[in-house]
Ligand binder design. Structure first.
Ligand SMILES: Nc1ncnc2c1ncn2[C@@H]1O[C@H](COP(=O)(O)OP(=O)(O)OP(=O)(O)O)[C@@H](O)[C@H]1O
Ligand SMILES: [Mg+2]
Length: 292
């Protein structure tokens, strides 16, 4: 028998007034697997992960975590079930240290009563060793987060989620704003998280990033699933074609050439018009000059 998925949605729909953001979407995520969520702008990716992370409630459908039905009222509920979401704008404080940011909202303390204070040694050691487990060497945990590169900052957020017991890690476009090298750093942590047994939901517009780390691929199109494919079922070329919207691009280039043709026709009419105006003016000009 197959193992119970870490996370599963069945026939989920989400309406915003008359907008159907998601329509009958089903998807599973297993332990030690990277599930890539792909799809065009407005396909419903963010809406789906907001449902998974407790920000929105589904209008219809079921949501199960480790086989048990759940009904989240807030992101806190999702976190308590081990579902951690790393958003692009990261909820970190740039001027505060790596160690402080690592424990933001769950600060370790020592001492009692009026002597209770942030346990900086514990925080620094833990932040450093957790980052080391993900393969990042931070020289100085007191370094402000704002001085880290974008990729390193993403890694702090991922390491933090793993440390606080996440079973499912949701990453909404973590590589979108990064250069090739930094994106590589983040992709490596995604693979690390999988190696540590987490289920990862990875959203990206980049087919190369998806193909590099993805085990399965769920494709959304205008709120519906196109299906879920394994790597064997979907070649890199097919994915690139699907994600780049090659068909839409063909249609677009046709449309653009149509515009160009119409522009050329319009330009020709303009030219003819200008010529006849000129001709007309030359008829009247001498007279008007004579008058003036
Ligand atoms: N709070 C909301 N109220 C009304 N409509 C919404 C709301 N949130 C999302 N939508 C609509 O739902 C659809 C899906 O949006 P969503 O943000 O999930 O797309 P996406 O796949 O994440 O796109 P992108 O790749 O651009 O981030 C869009 O048509 C969007 O306008
Ligand atoms: Mg989105």
């Amino acid at each position: 028998m197959a193992t119970t998925p870490l996370l599963e949605v069945r026939n989920i729909s989400k309406y915003f007034g008359s907008v159907i953001a998601l329509n009958d979407v089903s998807m599973t995520v297993n332990a030690s697997e990277v599930m890539c969520l792909l799809g065009d702008n407005g396909a419903g990716k963010s809406t789906l992960i907001k449902i998974l992370s407790g920000v929105h409630k589904p209008s219809q459908g079921e949501y199960l975590v480790e086989g048990k039905q759940v009904d989240f009222n807030s992101p806190r509920d999702a976190l308590d079930h081990g579902i951690a979401t790393v958003y692009q704008d990261l909820a970190m404080i740039p001027l505060m240290s790596i160690a402080r940011n690592f424990f933001l909202g769950s600060e370790p303390t020592k001492g009692w009563g009026p002597f209770r204070r942030f346990d900086i040694n514990f925080a620094s050691q833990t932040a450093r060793s957790e980052m080391a487990k993900m393969g990042i060497d931070i020289r100085d945990p007191s370094q402000p987060v704002g001085t880290l590169s974008g990729g390193e900052r993403q890694s702090v957020a991922i390491a933090r989620a793993v440390y606080f017991g996440a079973k499912v890690l949701i990453l909404d476009e973590p590589t979108a704003a990064l250069g090739v090298k930094q994106a590589g750093v983040v992709l490596r942590y995604v693979a690390q998280a999988r190696a540590r047994g987490l289920g990862v939901i990875f959203i990206t517009h980049n087919p190369h990033h998806a193909y590099a780390v993805g085990d399965r691929f769920t494709i959304l199109k205008r709120g519906r699933t196109f299906g879920t494919f394994t790597k064997d079922e979907l070649s890199r070329e097919e994915m690139v074609r699907m994600m780049s919207g090659a068909d839409e691009l063909d249609a677009l280039s046709h449309e653009l050439s149509e515009f160009a043709r119409r522009d050329a026709a319009a330009a020709q009419i303009d030219e003819q018009l200008a010529e006849s105006l000129e001709a007309a003016e030359s008829l009247f000009e001498p007279e008007s000059r004579r008058e003036g």
